[in-house]
Design a protein around this ligand. Structure first.
Ligand code: SAH
Length: 350
């Protein structure tokens, strides 16, 4: 991919060494540059004073830096959650979220501009996929949020717009870079990748020797209901997806997370809970129940509080580890992709 070849901020150390060699520089310059980008997080050659002026000039011609810009920040009055809208070098906008928990700060990042998975309840996929994000564009969401908020980020979830397994190579490169001790050095154990279930990619990820948590968007206890909510379920059966998850656990030893968005009158029946516990029996896992965040383009509704509680109780009865996801920032554009979507609609109508 051409953009990736030219994106110096996405380069790993061996790639940067090759660039330095080509420019007739010593290999240790690669480390200096990498540290400017990922440890000091300075994305402006002018400030890189331990590099010669000539080298800085060459770099700025060959590899111009286009840092992402902050378009908007919304802060929740309820829990301090912050939503960030960023503009990328090519004008596309993406969103990310900073959530503050007692155990540390978590950033939810986007992995693509838009998404082509088509999950029925999701706002991010309504306009399809525009393009993949580069490793540096995923890193920058974290760097900028840390810089602007003044808060240290300790956890990352790839649960924003996009399907990370549909942008596999860039996401894996990002995972290596974000946990690199020469960079921001976030522990892989504090990183979660969420997928709607691209089976071959889950199996591939299991081989990468990463210590990240895999979260699978399940959302239904059988193929029929899953197909209603998620087009990907027509490609891979639940059995295939769960086999891939088991394989992930075998290879990494990491406990699995299953996400289950409760949609009123669709997948929130007691019978669904029972079927779900049968499905997950014997798996070392945790279930996250997410009350669906209704979007105006579809007429899905949230389950009643009582229904949600009873769903949880039923799962617990069968020995399943389960939590109801706390709704963060409910006073600022709720569901993923909604802030970006609203922003785009407003700017388009101007
Ligand atoms: N594509 C990946 C990651 C992004 S979505 C995936 O599918 O897992 C992150 C999670 O939010 C997924 O579980 C997704 O199904 C869920 N989600 C998306 N829109 C939602 C909504 N409106 N209400 C509740 N959950 C939603």
């Amino acid at each position: 991919m051409k953009e990736l070849e030219l994106d110096i901020k996405s380069m790993t150390m061996p790639q940067l060494k090759a660039v330095m060699e080509e420019l007739g520089e010593k290999p240790f310059r690669a480390k200096q540059l990498y540290e400017w980008f990922h440890q000091k997080r300075v994305w402006n050659y002018e400030e890189m004073t331990n590099l010669s002026k000539g080298l800085r000039e060459q770099l700025s011609v060959k590899y111009p830096l286009k840092p992402i810009e902050v378009v908007q920040v919304q802060t929740s009055k309820i829990d301090g959650t912050q939503k960030y809208l960023f503009r990328l070098g090519d004008g596309n906008v993406i969103e990310s979220v900073l959530m503050k928990y007692k155990h540390g700060n978590s950033v939810c990042i986007s992995s693509q501009v838009g998404c082509r998975m088509g999950c029925r309840f999701c706002a991010s996929t309504l306009d399809g996929l525009t393009r993949n994000l580069l490793p540096s564009e995923m890193l920058e969401q974290i760097y900028r949020i840390q810089e602007i908020s003044g808060e240290r980020v300790s956890n990352i979830v790839i649960m924003g717009t996009g399907e990370p397994m549909d942008n596999y190579d860039n996401v894996v490169q990002f995972l290596h870079m974000v946990s690199d001790e020469l960079g921001i050095c976030i522990s892989q154990r504090n990183i979660t990748v969420s997928t709607c279930g691209l089976v071959p990619r889950i199996r591939q990820l299991a081989e990468e020797q990463l210590q990240i948590t895999l979260a699978l968007s399940l959302h239904a206890p059988n193929d029929e209901k899953r197909q209603e909510l998620m087009p990907i379920a027509r490609k891979y059966t639940l059995e295939e997806v769960l086999d891939a998850c088991r394989y992930y656990f075998e290879k990494t030893g990491r406990r699995l997370t299953f996400e289950y968005s409760l949609v009123g009158g669709v997948n929130d029946f007691q019978e669904d809970a029972k079927q779900l516990s049968g499905l997950l029996k014997g798996l070392n896992c945790h279930v996250n129940l997410i009350p669906v965040n209704p979007i105006k383009e579809r007429n899905y509704r949230k389950s009643n509080r009582e229904v949600i509680e009873n769903f949880k109780i039923k799962l617990e009865k069968y020995g399943i580890n389960v939590t109801i996801r706390r709704e963060m920032g409910s006073d600022i554009d709720g569901a993923c992709g909604q802030l970006r979507k609203r922003y785009m609609e407003e700017t388009e109508s101007e």
